[in-house]
Write a protein of this length. Structure first.
Length: 318
């Protein structure tokens, strides 16, 4: 993937275990982290445990953690050998979730790439192999994902409602429009993508949610398929979004719907997003319970000036 020239990154390459190996890897792995010292070792171990016979490169993108995440990563890599190529990048200054993600997306190499966040982890050593084989044998599929086990902050398994959004759909022939209509039905830790020569649009950097935007971007030209097997754990209650209340979550949803509406050009996609955006705004007014104060609060919480700037910059570039 390619990035936007407006977004430059100032990072330190702290570890490079691929020095002198310039051959393109078959699979790239992005591990995103920020202040996850309690969980990062499990995320790394899940990656190191992968049993696959193609070349793999791991890109660790640390958004300038202020806790012991960095030292935990360095210690783990030094103690645990792997045949994978490993690059550990640390932002010199905290760039925020979307910019750190953009850095990783524009630097990951491979025919395919998978995602993991620092508080989640893979549980099956065959995760990469199963998804790689599926994508190799189904050229019309751009995204392959699988089920996950969801746990809370007490490590208790809890019910996951996300797959209800798939009811009535063909799980091996899901489309971008299914994603737009139903909402996100893929956990970040479960996804493998077919890497594509596409640019991150300006709107990506203004979105409040990164993975859903990438799901939609990379399903524009191919199908999505689900594997009916649990191969990872997603932690609820530790990440940015799983701890949000209804008001904050609805604000985030409205923001990413607005920037997606700015980016998507086809009528079908725009019609779907417009209807969902209006529904979300109506829902926000109900949550706030006061139509008198809602416009002011809505403007403040959604940072409409920033979103408007994105649209204006895009129009000027045309």
């Amino acid at each position: 993937m390619k990035g936007d020239e407006l977004n430059k990154f100032d990072v330190d390459l702290l570890i490079d275990k691929s020095a002198g190996l310039n051959i393109e890897p078959t699979i790239g792995i992005i591990l995103l982290c920020y202040n996850q010292e309690d969980f990062i070792e499990m995320a790394l171990q899940g990656i190191w445990n992968q049993n696959i016979d193609v070349s793999v490169e791991v890109l660790i993108a640390d958004d300038c953690s202020t806790d012991a995440t960095s030292s935990a990563i360095v210690k783990f890599i030094e103690k645990n050998n792997t045949n994978f190529r490993v690059k550990y990048y640390r932002q010199k200054k905290n760039k925020g979730m979307m910019n750190n993600f953009a850095f990783a997306l524009t630097n990951v190499r491979g025919k395919y790439f998978a995602l993991c966040e620092g508080d989640d982890y893979w549980t099956s050593s065959l995760k990469l192999a199963k998804q790689f084989n599926y994508l190799e044998n189904n050229l019309d599929v751009n995204i392959c994902f699988h089920e996950v086990e969801v746990i809370n902050e007490k490590n208790e398994v809890i019910r996951d409602e996300i797959y209800k959004r798939l009811d009535g759909l063909d799980l091996k022939k899901l489309t971008r429009d299914d994603l737009l209509r139903r909402g996100n039905f893929m956990h970040t830790v479960s996804v493998m993508y077919r890497n594509q020569d596409v640019s991150l649009p300006l709107e990506f950097y203004q979105s409040s949610i990164g993975d859903y935007f990438i799901h939609i971007l990379l399903s524009n030209s191919g199908l999505i398929a689900k594997l009916d097997i649990k191969m990872a754990v997603y932690r609820r209650g530790t990440g940015v979004y799983s701890t949000l209340g209804p008001l904050e979550m609805t604000n985030k949803i409205i923001r990413y719907q607005a920037v997606l509406l700015s980016w998507i050009s086809d009528k079908t996609g725009r019609d779907i997003l417009f209807d969902k955006l209006i529904h979300s705004i109506n829902g926000l007014e109900n949550i706030m319970g006061s139509t008198h104060n809602s416009p002011r609060a809505l403007s403040k919480s959604l940072s409409w000036k920033k979103i408007g700037k994105t649209v204006i910059l895009k129009l000027l570039k045309k």
